[in-house]
Unconditional design. Structure first.
Length: 573
């Protein structure tokens, strides 16, 4: 009998030990590696009622994304939308060198199966976790790549298996990870999205800062609810947990002064993408100079506070999203670009450190330092509003030529309906004719990103082919569609180079051959000839440049390819 009792104690002890995380076993000094962590999660999914572990979608590293769900009863990823519960999606290790959320989520999910005060929160909520989003970066571990960060002992790398920064990839989907993420977002339609990070920038006393989906951009009633209800409640909840948090300190050069500005989360970032799908988004940014143990527990507390708020306000959250989706489906005008309002601000008490300059022992120049022995409190002006700078009206439909399958794939992954034409058809459309744009001189995440786009909309009858796509504009995906298909939107597919082939002329002419054709064309087209003569009179450079003159005539002639500088995207008004 005594032997049996000892065996039972040993079994219980081993079970409890298996539930402990690498973080806890190392007293907050180590973070679980990808292989250790994914094994832990697999065991967790098998051991607990209400937990499910699944593989969904590819990543660049060759491993499928591991997805874990937890509620008061089992839900597969395909069942989640059918429930009446609020859904919280937690995404970790997008930058695996910032693993606070990796270990916080393991402890969180385990505690939500053991602690009664947490279990009851799952009555209204389903938790979904991506333990390691950037698997390639998580596998690429070292002890040295994070020069500014206090722990853990070993961690992953920022770049993924393609060396992409996945925190800039959400709209362009150069990675398999991002395509899988988009499909997951549509599959579960989360009410709240949380992504865990560690900050860079100035030094201050707080461990936890946060980025929320920019409220003005989120709009449609959700922005007001986020600003006036959700954020104040989370800040109060964190303070009650002895973890005061403030908005992300968006400052990266010089000494921190008395101003902070909201972050412009365009849809290359996750919170910018989720706003296009009417989801509340949060990015946790623990402070790099606080130790790993404290950062991880701060992340844990934020996750608990968010789940507490979501459980208590589940009905309100779902109602706000439902209203916003309906409003987006029916809206006639959409904002496609914003700027920070430099007039409106709120003031809050900021706890920082005294900043000063001294002579560098390395360069001999003056260098900035923050004196942690001299804490300092001052009033901080926080400019947290944004104002629209560009708007566009919603067409009845967009058209997309079928050859642009990369664009079609991304639209489909984000829940956009594409209806193939059944027959060749001539349709009256408005055509985007690109007149000017600027391109980055150096590559940025595999691209030479465009900006400052100028274009004309030309009403034409266009010959579409069977299989070209008709995209109806009467759904809650309208914001997403407009943000990626309108070329002037900052993160449009045009700006991310998906249509660059149309910017290059494919056919040309030999001057000595075209000379005679140009003369004949002018003689047969008197209006064009008058325009040509007027341009020579009024433009001295043009008048002295025979090659430019021939090219001008060529562009007016039937020989010039009409697809040059014309986007394969069209509006039907």
């Amino acid at each position: 009998m005594k032997f049996l009792y000892l065996c039972c104690l040993l079994f219980i002890s081993n079970a409890l030990s298996a539930q402990m995380t690498r973080f806890e076993k190392s007293n907050g000094r180590e973070s679980a590696s990808y292989f250790e962590g994914s094994s832990w999660w697999s065991g967790f999914g098998m051991a607990h009622y209400g937990a499910e572990t699944a593989a969904l979608g590819e990543t660049d590293a060759g491993y499928n994304l591991q997805i874990v769900t937890l509620s008061d009863k089992p839900y597969t990823l395909y069942d989640i939308k059918k429930s009446n519960k609020s859904v919280i999606l937690i995404n970790n290790a997008i930058h695996p060198g910032e693993p606070d959320g990796v270990d916080a989520s393991m402890m969180l999910f385990r505690d939500f199966t053991e602690k009664e005060e947490y279990k009851k929160l799952l009555k209204n909520c389903i938790l979904v976790c991506i333990p390691y989003y950037n698997i390639g970066g998580a596998i690429n571990r070292s002890k040295s790549s994070r020069a500014n960060q206090d722990g853990p002992i070993e961690y992953g790398f920022r770049g993924n298996a393609q060396n992409l920064d996945l925190n800039r990839d959400f709209i362009k989907c150069d990675s398999k990870n991002a395509m899988s993420f988009s499909k997951l977002l549509q599959l579960i339609d989360p009410d709240i999205y949380i992504e865990t990070h560690v900050s860079n920038g100035a030094d201050y006393q707080y461990t936890m800062t946060y980025l929320a989906t920019q409220a003005d951009k989120l709009g449609y009633g959700m922005g007001t609810y986020l600003r006036t209800e959700m954020i104040p409640s989370l800040e109060k909840s964190m303070t009650a947990k002895n973890e005061t948090m403030i908005p992300y300190v968006n400052h990266h050069s010089g000494a921190l002064q008395d101003k902070m500005y909201t972050f412009y989360d365009s849809p290359r970032y996750s919170s910018g993408l989720t706003s296009l799908h009417q989801t509340f988004g949060f990015i946790t940014e623990t402070h790099m100079l606080k130790n790993f143990r404290d950062r991880t527990w701060a992340t844990y507390k934020f996750l608990v506070s968010t789940i507490e708020f979501c459980s208590k306000n589940s009905a309100s959250i779902k109602a706000k999203r439902k209203e916003a989706k309906l409003a987006v489906a029916n809206a006639a005008l959409f904002v496609i670009d914003w700027q920070v309002d430099t007039v409106a601000y709120k003031t809050f008490e900021f706890k920082g450190y005294t900043a000063d300059y001294k002579t560098s022992e390395v360069t001999g120049a003056q260098r900035l330092y923050y004196d942690q022995s001299k804490p300092k409190v001052w009033d901080m002006k926080y400019y947290n509003r944004m104002t629209p700078t560009k708007t566009v009206s919603k067409p009845t439909y967009y058209m997309l030529k079928k050859g642009y399958w990369k664009v079609a794939d991304r639209l489909k992954a984000n829940g956009v309906q594409l209806i193939p034409l059944e027959n060749d058809s001539v349709i009256r459309v408005n055509s985007f004719n690109i007149k000017d744009y600027k391109s980055d001189k150096r590559p940025y995440e595999k691209h030479y990103h465009h900006s400052k786009v100028k274009y004309d909309l030309e009403s034409i009858k266009f010959q579409f082919r069977e299989g070209d796509y008709l995209i109806p504009m009467n759904t809650d995906k309208n914001r997403f569609i407009i943000d990626v298909l309108e070329p002037a939107a900052p993160d449009s597919y045009f700006n991310w180079n998906f249509f660059d082939a149309v910017l290059q002329q494919k056919e040309w002419f030999s001057s000595y051959v075209f000379e005679d054709k140009a003369a004949q064309f002018l003689s047969e087209n008197k209006t064009v000839k008058l325009e040509f003569e007027a341009k020579k009179r009024n433009d001295k450079d043009f008048a002295s440049n025979p090659k430019a003159q021939l090219y001008w005539i060529y562009k007016q002639s039937p020989h010039y390819e009409k697809e040059h500088m014309r986007l394969p995207v069209f509006r039907i008004e």
